[in-house]
Design a protein around this ligand. Sequence first.
Ligand code: AKB
Length: 312
Amino acid sequence: MKTKVLIIGACGQIGTELTHKLRDIYGIDNVVASDIRKLNNDVVNNGIFEVINALDYNQIEHLIEQYQITDVYLMAALLSATAEKNPAFAWDLNMNSLFHVLNLAKAGKIKKIFWPSSIAVFGPTTPRINTPQYTIMEPTTVYGISKQTGERWCEYYNKQYGVDVRSIRYPGLISWTTEPGGGTTDYAVDIYHKALSDGAFECFLSEDTALPMMYMDDAIRATIEIMQADEDKIKIRSSYNLSGVSFTPKEIATEIKKHIPDFTITYKPDFRQKIADSWPASIDDSNAREDWQWKHQFDLASMTIEMLENLK
Ligand code: AKB
């Protein structure tokens, strides 16, 4: 059966690059991008685009039937920092959009789902260094609670109803095409923009706050690889740990200084510091490496070169 893809939340940080890649792979006529807003960008202008509310089951069902969709990538979500400001809506969006696509798969209307989880599923009682796949998980943010709950439901729908849902716990993602939307790891994108525009950056996390991060090219490749893997290789149906690089604000600033020697950084931690302090510093992703042969490519040095060159 021909793969026909629907991306929900296609204009966000991940959705934008994912849409481009999926259009390259499956062809422009086999990929439907959708979002709640119609921006004037490549996602909207260079292929099929539909305005859709991820909370509207009937709208999603209608699009799936209209375009005979087989695979859904559900990228719409409120991220950690934004979710803390609007907990009720974050819970509603992050949970009910997931239930909609899980139920559509249960009803046999789609074949496969990609749903992103996050390092936010971990909490202050989780071992912080090289955090294992299976460990203590007591998230303290609304976003983290919604992602952990979502993971449980994904596994439940797979075990009880045979729904083919696949998921990755994304670390902080760094990209130059689209800005991130309200996460705790967003500083690691903003720092490159400010380094080029102002030569200076004020960081909302303290200098030694280490967090797991990943260059977007690696994250998109991981997303495609887990979706294209044979079904029996996907042994974890909650969500896979995924690791790229880990660094502190001080370390990324030092790397940027190699290219922009006069660059300066100052630190003014805000409410996001507490969120970052509750998350892992680094991740053990050996299950993903073993089950579907995941391997990251970008380290801090190569990512910094790419970011600065592309943003210039
Ligand atoms: C966030 O900071 O909220 C996200 C994430 C780690 O899931 N980037």
